[in-house]
Design a protein around this ligand. Sequence first.
Ligand code: HEC
Length: 487
Amino acid sequence: MKYLWKLWEWFDDRTGLGGLIGPMLTHPVPRASKWAYVFGSATLFAFILQVVSGVALAMAYVPASGHAYDSLKYISEHPLGNFLRGVHYFGASAMVILIGAHTVRVFLFASYKYPREVSWLSGVVLLGLTMGMGFTGQLLRWDQNGVWSVIVCAEMMGRVPFIGEYLAHFVLAGQNIGGATLSRFFDFHVFAIPALIFGFVGLHLWLVLRNGISEPPVKGRPVDPKTYREWYHNLVKRDGVPFFPDAAWRDMVFGASMLSLVALAALVWGPPELTNPPDPSLLNADPRPDWYLLWYFALLALLPHGTEDYFLIYGPLLAGLWLFIVPFIRPYGERHPAKRPWAVASVMLVVIMIAVLGVEGNRSPWSPDFEAKPLPASIVGTDVGPVAEGALIWHKKGCENCHNISGFGGRRGPDLTFIGDKLTEDQLTLRIINGGYNMPAFAGNISHNDLRSLVAFLKSRRHVYNDAPDVASPAPVTPSPKVVPTP
Ligand code: HEC
């Protein structure tokens, strides 16, 4: 013990680190800042976990198009490798949840007000960088789901005015997705974005030391920039506690619980299965992002056709801009949420929107359903003749992947349960041959006989199904020609 102490004294004398770190660890913080304040440090712990598990994964991962998928398969076959992938996946989820919780807490407590505006701004940058990590990480799986993120990324970049083409070319490293894209995303995910995160975390932490941790808001105690610093100084002098150990133990307990939960989830559930390797010729490509981006996936899918252009570029731009101006709208005044109903309402709106879109994204009714089962005879109504044959074609040609009939099939296209009431045989035939917006044309892909049976089957989808010939719609009564008055 004595020798260890001597060793430390020697080290401290030569480096001076003790005099630097000591005051940092014991800087006074408001006594009342308790459990609501643990999310920031937990985000940092999750980030460190991501760095450690990521470095370990990179030891066996090969960032080349011909090998990435196989190297991940190889990693997943090892129990330790599989665990590491699980930790990295759930660690990413934890980091996203925690940075979200931290942002919401800071916003609801109005901790971004004077003098902590720059803390907020650097936090917004860190939020964006974290989403960037999630985005770029998915591609590294180099499977069909991973490709979703590049497609979205390229589409977003491509729509930036003037330099869009150049930007898309830059992120894809070429005209389209290929081996070079993988190298580029590997660079973003492993070098560029983490380096930026380290830098901004440094700034963020320095600002916490410089301006102190905000005290919990109290109703009727507004922030006055003229007197705030002095007032805060007196508060922590009078009623402050040293950060270590009086406040830090909460960060430790919360952070350790979070890390244990991540490890447990990795053991119990493991990493997400790799989907098929990306292959543009595969028809049933239904790429979807990891859960924390499902809401964005849903948003892009549900936007009315034609508005994506504006949304892809101006949506994120406006959201980012709004976050950036938040601390400048009112850097002074009331901080308590009860006095800021608009702040509470906007948080609720955003949280509900993300939750609803996330659930929709998970169901993704706009994607074809490739597991759709053939229609049972009770719904077809008969098991002989052209109608029954048509029902088989309906299944064989994959119509039911996109169309629903009486509760069976996907919801990509319109429900066709009663299509026989709406379209004539000729219209049905034309539609199948020509396709439509988001429906493939089947001309040349379906035999004459199959087409006839299919149309017979669709024509039998009507409100009152009977075997009687088509007399349901009586011939329209021709109105007697109007007598044109002669002038
Ligand atoms: C990839 C998904 C997809 C597949 C596969 C598909 N459709 Fe469609 N279908 C659609 C979409 C989307 C529409 C709406 C198109 C539009 O409004 O232009 C549509 C429209 C239709 C319509 C017109 C519906 C109306 O209310 O006007 C009919 C009929 C139809 N499809 C029949 C079929 C048949 C028969 C097949 C199989 C041979 C088939 N579809 C395969 C997506 C699909």
